[in-house]
Design a protein around this ligand. Structure first.
Ligand SMILES: *Cc1c(COP(=O)(O)O)cnc(C)c1O
Length: 379
């Protein structure tokens, strides 16, 4: 079935007999047993709930996996994922990650005995150099946040398969609409469903999608044991959001390409990081492994003054964390998403006082450009 159709009819299972076109919200914590030792398939909503199951089946098909688990946030999904590992295990991760992922690895996973090396995973040699006997997994975000580095998923997956390592890909920025890591050999896909999958800046959610049943079984055990499951109502909001994912992200990308080009020509802009620009260092890999570039842009301004002025003077674009929704949002990575990174590391990476990150929403492109233009004129 075509992707767009799957977004609308992703689960073929019907959960009620009324003919309701919209999936019912089964707002029930528990389910009656028909008899001793019998089950309707649902016992307790932490384990499974019909509304959540519908969502999980849909996402499984969108990512071409064998199972998907829906969590109460992206960070809850990542926290559960880390429970696959034991003290002493070593993980190689991208050095340019969502700040919250890095905070979890440094402060929580580290305390629990996991060891990390953070490298630029767009360079496979850097991954190979970091492999030890204790290495169990490679964790990549592609494109990365906020600097838009791209990792060649198929190439890294081949290396991981040779060495028996798990390849985990955070696919939040491109979504399965543009990129399907499991098809390229990844074992697990992570999502912050809060972003494009939900698409309306109104719900937190997270997902793990897996490529084999063994992983599904292990993660399902962790899931029911630790309990950060997505509520029935939030599952319904995600089901609803997913229906328009293709048209939303297409349109957001169209605008992003125009805005990135416009930014490139602005005198106060020093650099534009957008994977859809042919000048992007990983443009070739992007074209090969993804069918689109998404709608996230980061850019460097000529001074801190311009950056602050822009943040304070935008009128349509809103200065707020998060991304992927209908409303365009602009962030200051140094002070928001990446505030917890060690300052030396931030500096090394170029996450400085002139770098802003823009999530292009669904407003009229010309209005967004006019908004950026007037905000930069004032500053
Ligand atoms: C937002 C985000 C997360 C964390 O997800 P939450 O839903 O905010 O918990 C993880 N990875 C990426 C790339 C993100 O943008």
């Amino acid at each position: 079935m075509n992707f767009d159709t799957l977004c609308i009819h992703g689960s073929e299972v019907k959960y009620d007999r009324t003919g309701a076109v919209s999936v019912p919200i089964f707002q029930s914590s528990t389910f009656v047993h028909p008899g001793v030792g019998q089950s309707t398939g649902y016992d307790y909503s932490r384990v499974q709930n019909p509304t959540r199951e519908h969502l999980e089946r849909t996402l499984t098909r969108l990512e071409n996996g064998v199972d998907a688990l829906a969590f109460s946030s992206g960070m809850a999904a990542l926290t559960a994922l880390m429970e696959l590992f034991s003290p002493g295990d070593h993980i190689i991760a991208s050095d340019d990650l969502y700040g919250g992922s890095r905070r979890l690895f440094d402060n929580i996973s580290g305390k629990n005995g996991l060891e990390f090396d953070f490298v630029n995973t767009s360079d496979i040699d850097k991954i190979e150099e970091s492999i030890r006997t204790e290495t169990k997994a490679v964790f990549v975000e592609t494109p990365t946040n906020p600097l838009m580095q791209v990792t060649d998923i198929a190439e890294v997956s081949q290396l991981c398969k040779e060495l028996g390592l798990l390849l985990i890909v955070d696919n939040t920025f491109l979504t399965p609409y543009f990129q399907r890591p499991l098809d390229m050999g990844a074992d697990i896909v992570l999502h912050s469903g809060t972003k494009y999958l939900c698409g309306h800046n109104d719900t937190l959610a997270g997902f793990l999608v897996v490529s084999d049943l063994g992983l599904s079984e292990r993660l399902r055990f962790i899931y029911k044991t630790t309990g950060a499951c997505l509520s029935p109502f939030d599952s319904w909001l995600l089901i609803r959001g997913l229906k328009t994912l293709p048209i939303r992200i297409q349109r957001q990308q169209e605008s992003a390409i125009k805005i990135a080009q416009w930014l490139c020509g602005h005198e106060k802009v020093r650099a534009v990081h957008y994977v859809g620009l042919p000048s992007h260092p990983n443009y070739g890999v992007s074209v090969r492994q993804a069918s689109g570039f998404g709608a996230m842009i980061s850019f460097e301004l000529d001074s801190e003054r311009t950056a602050l002025g822009l943040l304070e003077n935008v009128k349509i674009i809103q200065y707020a964390e998060s991304l992927g929704g209908a409303e365009s949002l602009i962030t200051y990575p140094m002070h928001q998403t990446h505030a917890d990174l060690p300052p030396e590391l931030r500096k090394l990476k170029g996450i400085n006082e002139t770098l802003l990150r823009l999530s292009v929403g669904l407003e009229c492109t010309e209005d967004l450009i006019a908004d950026l233009e007037q905000a930069m004129e004032v500053s």
